[in-house]
Design a protein around this ligand. Structure first.
Ligand SMILES: Cc1cc2nc3c(=O)[nH]c(=O)nc-3n(C[C@H](O)[C@H](O)[C@H](O)COP(=O)(O)OP(=O)(O)OC[C@H]3O[C@@H](n4cnc5c(N)ncnc54)[C@H](O)[C@@H]3O)c2cc1C
Length: 400
């Protein structure tokens, strides 16, 4: 029997496996349905190690993002994972946005983000000659990382610590008895003492198999990117509308030297893991639930939400509109033919029974299992802090 079995080889699963094996709490197995780790959100994100601005003070997200950013940057530096601490700039283009920057700065300082300051237009242009803004909020701890290299390093690191991997093994059933959990894959049954569910967009399905979190459903929100031959030295963001869980379109430099614009945020109607886009009946049936229909009704009835939905759909579908949007924060020419679609990603966004999106991370524990139910952005940044939080709680509950 295995002591700890994790479902999901994304950054959250690997970070928790690393924490468990570092504390030598027992043997650890990671089960992943794909042939490689990091095939979904963890390998299809912007690669930004967020500083913690944009997070509501007092939330688990704010706490774990700030702690996680420090832990992840340190891990990368100590383990030769390529990162660049280039900082983040949130630019204001009107007096109203400039006032919003002050509110963001205050919230960030209150949450514990270090080194935040508002910079003038001159300093902005010195740092980012192609940015457009009257002033900007500088978060010096914002960084970029090569996510592929990070996943590979984590994998070899935990392998060396004795963690076992079962890839190409989808968990299709779970049975509980008094003293063990039986996990069924297509070809075998695994007996485990403790289960940790880090299944991303499928975390709800796994939790429901154990009667946990029945009131929640994960809705897949697709993020499309374009890349273009622009020049930025760091990351340039619009002032976010914090009523919504997804940040507006922004410019991100990748470790490979590309400039990405995105991601958008549109409901994926083609399926939870279908990156081709469009619509399919299977995709719709995968997300159909009371939670989804209530969310959709609320989105349709709220003027602000509906305009966000339409805005994001237009951004995904219409490159000219996309260029216009980028033009709000970037002064360089973006010829239509120079932009190319880039890998899309799909966010696992939890929605409750009333159709309301859950904004904070949500982790549920039972006496023999833990379920990471809402590992939305900045989930990669926060991953090592999420792992500490989860394993601390398991240790506390199991009286180690
Ligand atoms: C477009 C986009 C941009 C983002 N940008 C950033 C960013 O810049 N910075 C940041 O900090 N965060 C970002 N995020 C968020 C971050 O990527 C996620 O929070 C994080 O990757 C979640 O990791 P995870 O391990 O929970 O999920 P995943 O990486 O999706 O891993 C879940 C794994 O579970 C496996 N699985 C599912 N069901 C089963 C099953 N039944 N049996 C076996 N295996 C199963 C899947 O195959 C998958 O590999 C972004 C996300 C997206 C989508």
């Amino acid at each position: 029997m295995v002591d700890y079995t994790l479902i999901g080889g994304g950054i959250i699963g690997l970070s928790i496996a690393r924490e468990l094996s570092s504390r030598k709490l027992g043997d650890v197995l990671v089960i992943e349905k794909e042939t490689h780790f990091g095939q979904h959100a963890s390998g299809r994100n912007s690669g930004v190690i967020h500083s913690g601005i944009n997070q509501k003070p007092g939330t688990l997200k704010a706490k774990l993002c700030i702690e996680g950013s420090h832990l992840l940057r340190t891990y990368c530096k100590e383990n030769d994972v390529p990162i660049e601490e280039c900082g983040t700039l949130t630019v204001a283009n009107s007096n109203e946005e400039a006032r919003a920057l002050h509110t963001l700065e205050l919230a960030g300082v209150h949450a514990g983000v270090k080194g935040l300051r508002i910079i003038s237009q001159d300093e902005l242009l010195e740092r980012e000659p192609m940015a457009k803004g009257l002033c900007a909020l500088l978060s010096p701890t914002g960084a970029i990382v090569n996510t592929g290299a990070l996943m590979r390093k984590m994998e070899s690191d935990i392998w060396a610590k004795g963690v076992e991997f079962w890839k190409n093994s989808k968990v299709i059933g779970i049975e509980e008895s008094d003293d063990r959990i039986l996990l069924e894959t297509k070809s075998s049954i695994i007996e485990t003492d403790y289960l940790i569910n880090c299944a991303g967009v499928h975390a709800d399905t796994i939790a429901h198999m154990m009667g946990v979190g029945k009131e929640f459903r994960v809705l897949p929100f697709r993020g499309d990117y374009f890349k273009f031959p622009g020049k930025v030295n760091s990351m340039v963001y619009q002032v976010p509308d914090l009523r919504f869980p997804f940040l507006g379109v922004h410019l991100t430099k990748t470790m490979q030297g590309e400039v990405l614009v995105g991601p958008t945020a549109t409901l994926s109607l083609a399926g939870k893991e279908n990156y081709d886009g469009g619509f399919s009946w299977e995709g719709l049936s995968e997300i159909s639930s009371r939670n989804f229909y209530l969310w959709a009704t609320k989105a349709r009835l709220s003027r602000a939400m509906w305009s966000q939905v339409k805005h994001n759909r237009k951004l995904s579908k219409d490159p000219d509109f996309f260029i216009e949007e980028v033009g709000k924060i970037y002064s360089g020419e973006i010829p239509r033919e120079s932009i190319e679609p880039y890998n899309s990603g799909i966010r696992a966004q939890l929605v409750d029974r009333s159709g309301t999106m859950v904004n904070d991370f949500l982790i549920r524990h039972t006496n023999n299992s833990t379920h990471v139910l809402n590992a939305v952005s900045p989930g990669m940044t926060s991953s090592m802090a999420v792992a500490r939080e989860v394993v601390d709680e398991i240790e506390r509950r199991r009286n180690y």
